[in-house]
Design a protein around this ligand. Structure first.
Ligand code: BES
Ligand code: MN
Ligand code: ZN
Length: 492
């Protein structure tokens, strides 16, 4: 979709326009202008009750005068009471209605709509993101592609101060593309998207920008590094584990310490010998959602050319039961030297991550954020709308929560504290890989914290937010938006 920003009066326009009306017959400024150039036609439609202004209502008027081909009148509910979520839904409904016509271009006056506590920048940015989201389809594996073809090519945001809106379009598009790429890899089936496939995607990024340098470690390199916890998870799979390192260096000071993003990349998690139940096991193809989102963020960085040093790490691996698989009872010596007793092979994410988190010490990071579909317990605690955030560092936690709030990619902080470490005690090793029944999201975070003592660190558990179940089953691309926003704010 092409997005442009223009400042034109409605009375000077021809073609297609989108205007807002509110309940109780209240008109937006553009609706008032429209009423004037149509000799009160809009007012009459409201007076007759044909247009009610209810949220989600979209009425399409044709040939209302000689200049305007179509007018899409969008009900925005009570004036001044629109939440971000409602606004996004309303944009999607509107685009649906526009796409159902032959309109190739449309002038959007919903820029006049006030979203609660948001300025014009967010009005435009959320519109771009929502439109791109509603256009997303994953039909790579369908022999008949869904016929979603529509004539619509261009959306014009009609605004006065253009600069803010231009920036919103640019940043909205970069985020939306990152989200789309993350969804594409995450939705990809596990017989195609294996650790090697993830690494291929990472390598392809290098072609995109001269600021990228991509390298991939295989099992041989991991063995040399002593990444035995990571390797133990992989040993039941025929597909070799691959750790992709995507370096993006574009800070004005090349020596600036990098921000490191680590993504859990279990391209399939059957649970291993502690096998998962069959029901919904297919969804464990999404266990690489963390890696997918890091990949999407790296792409957004390049699109925006942010002046930062950022390293994205995709920890690709597969967890399967097999004659050669690791077992409950195994004791693993991690790259850090700490030993771990495996009590459940399905708590594999933390094993892959602990070695990766030790590995990234070599980058002398300013901070490290790991993103992982780590625990079902996090979904029990927070449901499917908030990612779980854990960090011993209040400042970093605040910055991430702020980015989550700004981008409407929600996160909620869970506590970390030493009491929980008690649950990870093992009679035979330094740590057990599970912490019992209670506080499972937190004990997983606590497990990781043993490997992140040498830098500032935060952990995002996206088990509930990385994909949707049911009728709208599919990857969400979260938390690309949150993390990209965090990086945008770092530039200031
Ligand atoms: N990938 C899963 C976590 C998960 C489960 C994400 C369900 C989304 C939905 C992870 O590897 C896992 O299996 N965790 C176990 C840990 C347990 C054995 C301590 C879990 O949550 O059940
Ligand atoms: Mn698991
Ligand atoms: Zn897993």
């Amino acid at each position: 979709m092409k997005y442009t920003v223009k400042n034109t009066a409605l009375s000077a326009l021809t073609g297609n326009v989108i205007v807002a009306v509110f309940e109780e017959g209240k008109l937006s400024p553009s609706a008032q202008a429209l009423d004037q150039v149509t000799n009160g036609a809009l007012g009459q439609l409201i007076a007759s009750g044909d247009i009610k202004g209810k949220q989600g209502e979209v009425v399409t008027l044709r040939n209302i005068n000689e200049h305007l081909t179509r007018v899409f009148v969008v009900g925005c509910g009570k004036q001044g009471e629109l939440s971000v979520r409602q606004y996004k839904q309303l944009i999607k409904n509107t685009i649906q209605a526009v796409k159902a016509t032959n309109a190739t271009q449309v002038h959007n006056f919903l820029t006049e709509v006030q979203i609660s506590e948001r300025d014009l920048y967010w009005n435009v940015r959320f519109a771009v993101e929502s439109i791109e989201e509603s256009l997303y389809q994953f039909d790579q594996f369908k022999s008949k592609k869904s016929d979603q073809h529509s004539a619509l090519q261009e959306i014009v945001f009609v605004v006065e101060p253009a600069q803010q809106a231009e920036k919103a379009v640019q940043q909205g598009q970069a985020v939306a593309l990152g989200v789309r790429l993350a969804k594409d890899v995450a939705n990809c089936p596990p017989n195609v998207c294996n650790p090697a496939y993830l690494a291929e995607q990472a390598k392809k990024l290098a072609e995109k920008s001269p600021h990228f340098k991509v390298s991939v470690l295989g099992e041989k390199e991991m063995t040399e590094l002593g990444m035995n916890a990571y390797l133990a998870v992989s040993q039941g799979s025929q597909n070799e584990a691959q750790l992709s390192i995507i370096e993006y260096r574009n800070h004005p000071n090349p020596q600036a310490k990098p921000i490191v993003l680590v993504g859990k990349g279990l391209t399939f998690d059957a649970g291993g010998i502690s096998l998962k139940p069959a029901d919904s096991m297919d969804e464990m193809k999404y266990d690489m959602g963390g890696a997918a989102s890091v990949y999407g963020v790296m792409n957004a960085l390049a699109e925006l050319q942010l002046p930062l040093n950022v390293i994205g790490v995709l920890a690709g691996c597969e967890n399967l039961p097999d004659g050669n698989a690791y077992r409950p009872g195994d004791i693993l010596t991690t790259m850090s030297g700490l030993t771990v007793e495996v009590l459940n092979t399905d708590a594999e994410g933390r094993l892959v991550l602990c070695d990766t988190l030790t590995y990234v010490e070599r980058f002398e990071p300013e901070l490290v954020i790991d993103v992982a579909t780590l625990t079902g317990a996090c979904v029990v605690a927070l449901g499917q709308h908030n990612s779980g955030l854990m960090s011993p560092n209040d400042r970093l936690a605040e910055q991430l929560l702020n980015a989550a709030q700004q981008s409407a990619d929600k996160a909620w902080r869970l506590p970390l504290s030493e009491e929980y470490q008690e649950q990870l005690k093992s009679p035979f090793a330094d740590l057990a890989n599970i912490g019992g029944r209670w506080g499972g999201a937190i004990t997983a975070g606590e497990f990781l914290s043993n490997f992140t003592k040498n830098y500032t660190w935060a952990h995002l558990d996206i088990a509930g937010t990385a994909w949707l179940q049911g009728a709208n089953k599919g990857a969400t691309g979260r938390p690309v938006n949150l993390l990209t926003q965090f990086l945008i704010e770092r530039v200031g």
